[in-house]
Ligand binder design. Structure first.
Ligand SMILES: Nc1ncnc2c1ncn2[C@@H]1O[C@H](COP(=O)(O)OP(=O)(O)OP(=O)(O)O)[C@@H](O)[C@H]1O
Length: 338
């Protein structure tokens, strides 16, 4: 495997008896967009703070670009751009002046500072609004300005904590698209912490499901889905033109097909769960029986289902820690809208 750009090994943080982060092992490759998902209190921010060298681990190591964040926090800071969930600016200054101020504070050479600031404003799509006061910016524009502020230091890694909080759906789509484009064009590694399962699924190469200080699952959505839904990974929903007669042999005939796990018939809709993609076989089956099909839909499992399924299997451990699963799930899904 390519040398990881972020490497967490046995990373643990205790606050008294509470393990905020518990033996976390994680490797992120250069150029990857990684989504750190988890409910409130899961330990995401604590992990990020340890990666930035802003809080010391109780045990374990956090390395960024090969540098130990605890022993060399300033060297790590030079490599990492961190955008918190609430970026603050001087409202009475123009956006570009805010950016120039930050750039100078961060040590961008004076000969480059103006050109770089203008380039960044163009890059994040604020070229036409750079001379407006930051106080007059919308939440979405402020997030873009925050991104420019992070990028002007030319980091190898950017860490974004809930970057889409409070942005409207089209703004979210644009913002995540921008992050993806920047990562792909400039090879920047992105670590993104979020509650928004659906959005994260759209933009991240890999996700980690993080709860109670532990990483419960890690992988791309496709792999996680395959692991968790191996028995009924594929679900095909077929809509017929007319409901089958009550005593037809349709149900046993479908159940007898190789690979079929489960069949439900509900009026015009037939749902088949199977261990392999059977959509073509099923279409052939109905055509062979001269039954007209109005629609065929192959269901893909998304992060939300992965997450729920994961909890069906792991909830006991979590409850042992004295935390309520119901509360947890409600909190986690509160902002998720498909
Ligand atoms: N300075 C601190 N002192 C004591 N406990 C803390 C401290 N910072 C965090 N914690 C606790 O550690 C746990 C993890 O908190 P953390 O802020 O890392 O979670 P999070 O996943 O970032 O949550 P959120 O999504 O709400 O930001 C929580 O139980 C929190 O109360």
């Amino acid at each position: 495997m390519e040398q990881p750009i972020i490497e967490l090994a046995g990373l643990t943080k205790r606050y008294g008896s509470l393990k905020a982060v518990d033996q976390l092992d994680l490797q992120i490759r250069p150029g990857e967009i990684y989504g750190l998902l988890g409910p409130n209190g899961a330990g995401k921010t604590t992990t990020i703070l340890m990666m930035l060298g802003l809080t010391e681990p109780t045990s374990g190591v956090a390395k960024v670009c090969g540098i130990n964040a605890t022993t060399h926090p300033i060297a790590v800071k030079r490599k990492v751009g961190y955008m918190p969930d609430n970026v603050g600016f001087y409202d009475s200054m123009t956006a570009i002046d805010n950016l120039l101020y930050i750039a100078r504070l961060s040590g961008v050479p004076e000969s480059e500072v103006k050109d770089r600031a203008r380039d960044m404003m163009e890059l994040v799509g604020l070229g036409d609004a750079m001379y407006r006061k930051a106080g007059a910016y919308s939440r979405g524009m402020k997030q873009r300005l925050g991104l420019a502020d992070v990028l002007i230091r030319q980091p190898a890694v950017i860490i974004l904590d809930e970057p889409t909080l409070g942005i409207d759906p089209s703004g979210v789509k644009d913002f995540l698209g921008l992050i993806r484009q920047l990562s792909r064009e400039q090879g920047i590694t992105v670590l993104l912490s979020s509650h928004h399962l659906y959005q994260v699924q759209q933009v991240c190469d890999r996700v980690g499901i993080f709860v109670g200080g532990r990483l419960l699952a890690d992988g791309d959505v496709e792999t996680l889905s395959r692991q968790l839904f191996s028995a009924d990974h594929f679900v095909t929903r077929i809509t017929l033109a007319a409901a089958p007669p009550p005593h037809s042999d349709l149900l046993p005939a479908l159940q007898a097909m190789a690979g079929v796990q489960n069949v439900t018939i509900d009026g015009l809709t037939i749902q088949v769960s199977s261990s392999r993609n059977m959509t073509p076989d099923l279409v052939r089956f109905f055509v062979g029986k001269e039954i007209d099909i109005m629609g065929v839909h192959k269901k893909e499992y998304g992060l939300e289902e992965i997450y729920q399924r994961y909890f069906e299997n792991n909830i006991t451990d979590y409850e042992k820690d004295g935390k309520s699963s119901g509360l947890f799930q409600r909190t986690f899904f509160r902002k998720v809208k498909k």
